[in-house]
Design a protein around this ligand. Structure first.
Ligand code: BG6
Length: 523
């Protein structure tokens, strides 16, 4: 039982001690970043390691070695990263004392990814580290194009730095999406990654899993009996998952022409959120138990034949409009986009999960660029009451109860139910109960990468995607792409930038007697 506390100082002390006790056990190690000159390193990786260091979460001893082709010294790389931290750190101003202490662990190794000598130089550098654990425990972060994964893994192995069944220390590979562009390429990529490493050594990042609120889906579901017993076909009418973005594709037109919203967002982030919302309770909190349940869930999604795709999937593309009062060009006018492109910037899907818990419950998923608001939420829409007692005062249909998990921004949870309007009448209207992360816990919002990097250093794979998860998700996406094969977008699939998507997406829900509930700009 928690001790009772009476003053805010005591409460702070208690909170701190609970945070400390949640500290991960991390062994001394070296982190080698391939692609050290890239954007991801400067924007996300180094700021995340810096914050982990500041918060005393990094191992007692660690080194970070940047590996890239450009000519740089340790000093010039550090200076570059310090400047980038000033722009990208979530806390400003940068704490220079902490930075100096952190920067002492950073060093640079120049090399071409395909040259064996470069890996020998890397090995020499690692061998110069005084602590044996820094030479043996190695985390390789592949912040490079997936087409280079195979070559790097092979070279690292040949240099004797990556062992599959080594008995000294540990070695891990951390990789970023895209994990292929369809099932066949994902399969080939996974085979390359596991040529010289076990699947357990591969940590595939989906940054959505590092978000506090996404992690909270499991805590919320499995630590609250009042909600969990409603979490099934008996009580739930349907579920909506929305991940909307205000931005267009901006400078990423070239990438987006190859990807599209289905590959860019649905294959990974949306299906991951769906899996967490709908999976069965895991037998334990072990990584494999949780990932087993997610895979089971993805496998129970009813397969889509091409004719189902026509009925259950809507794609869309934005044309010129106004977002937030600013003119926004259409997708076809964006840089590096074909003027007659059929690539989707919006997808809405109606999926069914053929298992005991969810049989017959529609899951509506949607994501899009250039929508009116950037927000992610999961809405559990409960069944209506069997009979409306107050029909004379409020009409034949009461707004059904709904629970919204707001993943970002204004992270929180809202329960919508009906209440009596004060006064003599029997008027009923929906009201809300509201939990906000910020008001409850303060504005402590670590970046998703901080959590994910810490887990990778600690060797906990729970928040990373297993091979069979990736491949099952691609199967779903491939079946949708098959249904689209050779079909151009129709007029009903275009939407003006700054609106909530194409008319066809409204019709998709209307066909089941439902309507999208758009995220609101919350206080
Ligand atoms: C990335 C996609 O994975 O996620 C981007 O490639 C998208 O297109 C981004 O904008 C959204 O992430 P977040 O954390 O801003 O919701």
């Amino acid at each position: 039982m928690l001790p009772s506390v009476s003053t805010s100082d005591q409460l702070d002390e208690l909170m701190t001690c609970r945070l400390d006790s949640g500290r991960k056990a991390v062994e001394p190690c070296s982190i080698i970043i391939f692609g050290a000159s890239g954007d991801l390193t400067a924007r996300k990786l180094i700021p995340a390691f810096y914050h982990l260091f500041k918060e005393k979460q990094m191992p007692a001893a660690f080194r970070i070695v940047g590996f890239a082709r450009r000519e740089k010294t340790d000093e010039s790389w550090r200076a570059e990263l310090r400047e980038a931290l000033g722009r990208f750190s979530r806390t400003q101003p940068v704490d220079d004392k902490a930075w100096q202490a952190f920067a002492g662990s950073l060093s640079y190794c120049r090399g071409d990814l395909t040259e064996p000598e470069a890996y020998r130089a890397l090995k020499d550098k690692l061998e110069s580290f005084e602590d044996a654990a820094l030479r043996r425990n190695l985390l390789f972060y592949l912040a490079i194009s997936p087409s280079q994964f195979g070559a790097v893994v092979e070279q690292v192995h040949r240099a004797g730095l990556l062992q599959r069944d080594g008995d000294s220390g540990w070695q891990r590979l951390v990789v970023e999406k895209p994990f292929g562009h369809d099932l066949a390429s994902a399969h080939a990529l996974n085979s390359e990654l596991t040529r010289f490493a076990h699947e357990q050594q591969v940590f595939r990042i989906d940054h959505y899993l590092g978000k506090e609120t996404v992690q909270n889906i499991l805590m919320f579901r499995f630590s609250n009996s009042i909600f969990e017993r409603l979490w099934n076909r008996e009580s739930v009418d349907h579920i909506q998952i929305t991940v909307s973005e205000k931005q267009g594709v901006g400078g990423r037109g070239g990438y987006y022409e190859e990807a599209g919203a289905l590959r860019d967002m649905v294959q990974n982030h949306l299906l991951q959120v769906l899996a967490l919302v709908a999976m069965e309770p895991p037998v334990s909190l072990e990584a494999e138990s949780i990932r087993d349940e997610k895979v089971k869930l993805l496998k129970s999604i009813r397969p889509l034949a091409p004719e189902d795709v026509t009925r259950q999937v809507v794609r869309g593309q934005y044309f010129a409009g106004v977002v937030d009062g600013q003119p926004q060009p259409g997708y076809r006018q964006e840089t590096k986009v074909k003027p007659d492109s059929n690539v989707e910037t919006y997808v809405a899907l109606k999926l069914f999960i053929d298992n005991w818990r969810w049989s017959g419950v529609p899951f509506y998923l949607r994501t899009g660029k250039c929508l009116p608001l950037g927000a992610s939420e999961v809405r559990i829409q409960f069944r209506p009451t069997p009979h409306v007692l107050f029909a004379a005062a409020c009409g034949a249909r009461l707004d059904p109860n709904a629970l919204t998990l707001r993943l970002q921004p204004n992270e929180g949870i809202y329960l919508r139910f009906n209440g009596k309007v004060p006064g003599m009448s029997l008027g009923v209207r929906p009201v809300r109960m509201h939990f906000s992360y910020d008001s409850e816990f303060g504005a402590y919002t670590p970046e998703a990468y901080e959590r994910l990097l810490l887990e990778a250093v600690a060797g906990d794979a729970t928040l990373f995607i297993r091979r069979d998860e990736v491949e099952t998700a691609w199967q779903i996406v491939d079946s949708i792409r098959n249904g689209w094969e050779g079909k151009a977008l129709t007029n009903r699939e275009f939407y003006a930038a700054g609106t909530w998507g194409p008319i066809a997406a409204e019709e998709l829900l209307a066909a089941g007697g439902h309507a999208w509930r758009d995220p609101q700009p919350l206080q």
